[in-house]
Design a protein around this ligand. Structure first.
Ligand code: LLP
Length: 494
């Protein structure tokens, strides 16, 4: 059997992965604005090196660039305000806390003029602890408990986004029992299927979220669940119906899906106005704006998406002859995702040899002819699926870079894996790293601000990492990492 030399481009690499011209360079647009290499080659945020961060906080560690978070939040607010200024005087931007939430982030969001979208009593607790004005908070969820609804009313939330007819009745009853009026939006499913992973696409019919807009979705011929909810909402004296909401999915690059959903919901608002003389003043178009996890991803700047959406809202309202509702959006990932990288320390390394990938017709001619195998290097780090479940859950791709130094060694196709007892415990499926990566080196994985810490677990009794925010060259823990003590102190020992 012949063994192929370790050439730069590996036949095992996916098509989208090019061999970087310079392995030490940070590839745009994966990184936060404040991340670059110091003069000594060590990766740094705002000049603060990862070596210093490791020294002070250990690894694994989520490292967030606070100025970058604030800039991205402002960029959404400013771009959407500008695009919609002449339509509805601007846009309310609700940061989707499910992507990453802690009290520091709530404060940044508020200071940058945004609002907050929550999805559970726990997220409301963070909002309350941060001291944000309840009027600037929304509550989502397809199965809110009575306690969560009561908490929303206690906090005098700006909006409860009601997900079903069942829930509408419950909110009405609870509010009525308190002698209050609940401010309600109705979550609709406009039937727009955005191109994203099945588990994060949410506006098609066959799923748990929202009220269907399809004419046959209730027992009454021609009446949709959405329409029935509007009629019911206006019949309750304890409900103030603000408007309708939709969220078509997540990690979406093209503005068309958002624009189409906006058009459908505007037509719905116009129909309700005509049929019942109900004028709803608000339209929430949800979140879902994509980011770059690898150089193959090509997200659009917020301004471009805002303009495409505004054009459709403007023309649809003109066509329907209705006054444009106040628009709101709920970006999560696109604000926080790229602000953060995860810092890991390299441990065990091993190289395996793998046959050329099998094509649809069977083995490649090359493999059949020469029995050629190709190297893939497994680089184990000190975290894994417990701090980033996205590769396991959604086949998500990431990228990685040698962070503690530069290297002139040749590129080697590598797979960054965690330390859990599962072969699916992959952090970065395919990446070129320098051949001389060794135990003790630090790796940085960009784009881990959204849905990584938020989805983290204690699998194999690993302690969840802390999160540091770097600002003006100094770092502070905004969430401390767990200790062994934390892990053990809920074990009742009986
Ligand atoms: N609004 C609603 C009602 C949502 O359900 C979501 C996300 C958002 C806003 C924010 O979406 P974003 O802008 O962050 O895409 N864990 C998955 C994503 C789940 C999204 C859940 N809902 C992932 O890691 O890809």
């Amino acid at each position: 059997m012949s063994v192929q030399a370790n050439t730069a481009a590996s036949p095992l690499a996916p098509e989208w992965l090019a061999v970087p011209a310079d392995l030490n360079a940070l590839q745009e647009p994966l990184w936060a604005a404040g991340v670059q290499r110091n003069d000594d080659g060590v990766l740094a945020v705002d000049g603060l090196s990862v070596a210093a961060l490791k020294e002070q906080f250990g690894t694994p560690l989520f490292v967030m660039d606070e100025a970058d978070f604030r800039a991205r939040a402002r960029s959404f607010k400013d771009s959407f305000d500008a695009a919609f200024a002449d339509i509805c005087g601007g846009v309310d931007v609700y940061y989707a806390g499910k992507s990453f939430l802690c009290t520091a982030v709530v404060k940044w969001v508020e200071e940058e003029g945004l609002r907050l979208d929550t999805a559970s009593g726990g997220e409301l607790a963070v909002a309350a602890r941060a001291g944000i004005d309840g009027a600037r908070v929304a509550l989502h969820g397809n199965n809110k408990s009575d306690a969560e609804i009561n908490r929303a009313l206690d906090m005098e939330l700006g909006r409860i986004v009601v997900d079903s007819l069942d829930e509408l009745e419950r909110v009405a009853k609870i509010a009525s029992g308190r002698g209050e009026k609940a401010k309600v939006m109705l979550r609709l499913t406009p039937g727009v299927h955005a191109h994203t992973h099945e588990f994060i696409a949410t506006a098609h019919e066959d799923q748990k979220f929202g009220l269907s807009m399809a004419g046959d979705s209730t027992d009454q011929a021609g009446l949709s669940a959405a329409e029935e909810a509007v009629a019911a909402a206006t019949s309750y004296s304890s409900i103030e119906l603000l408007g309708v909401h939709c969220h078509i999915g997540s990690q979406i690059f093209e503005p068309d899906g958002f624009a189409l959903a906006a058009e459908k919901l505007l037509r719905f608002l116009a129909a309700m106005q005509e049929k019942y003389s109900i004028v709803m003043p608000e339209l929430d178009l949800g979140g879902g704006y994509g980011i770059a996890y690898t150089p193959a991803d090509t997200p659009r700047p917020p301004a471009e998406i805002a303009q495409a959406m505004a054009a459709v809202v403007r023309s649809t309202c003109a066509e329907l002859g209705i006054r444009a509702p106040r628009i709101s959006i709920e970006p999560g990932r696109a604000i926080v995702g790229s602000t953060t990288f995860t810092l890991y320390e390299v441990g065990t390394l091993k190289t395996v040899r793998v046959d050329s990938p099998v094509s649809a017709t069977g083995k490649t001619a090359e493999t059949e002819a020469k029995n050629v195998t190709h190297p893939r290097r497994y680089v184990s780090v000190d975290g894994g699926m417990s701090d980033n479940a996205r590769p396991v859950l959604y086949d998500a791709d990431y990228s990685a870079i040698l962070a503690s130094r530069t290297s002139t060694a040749a590129p080697q196709l590598s797979r960054v894996v965690g330390k859990h007892c599962e072969s699916g415990d992959i952090v970065v499926r395919d990446v070129y790293l320098p051949e001389d990566v060794a135990a003790g080196d630090l790796l940085a994985v960009p784009g881990t601000g959204a849905y990584c810490w938020a989805l983290s677990s204690n699998y194999n009794y690993l302690a969840r990492p802390g999160i540091v925010a770097v600002r003006d060259g100094s770092a502070r823990l905004i969430v401390r990492g767990e200790t062994e003590e934390d892990l053990l102190n809920r074990d009742m020992g009986v």
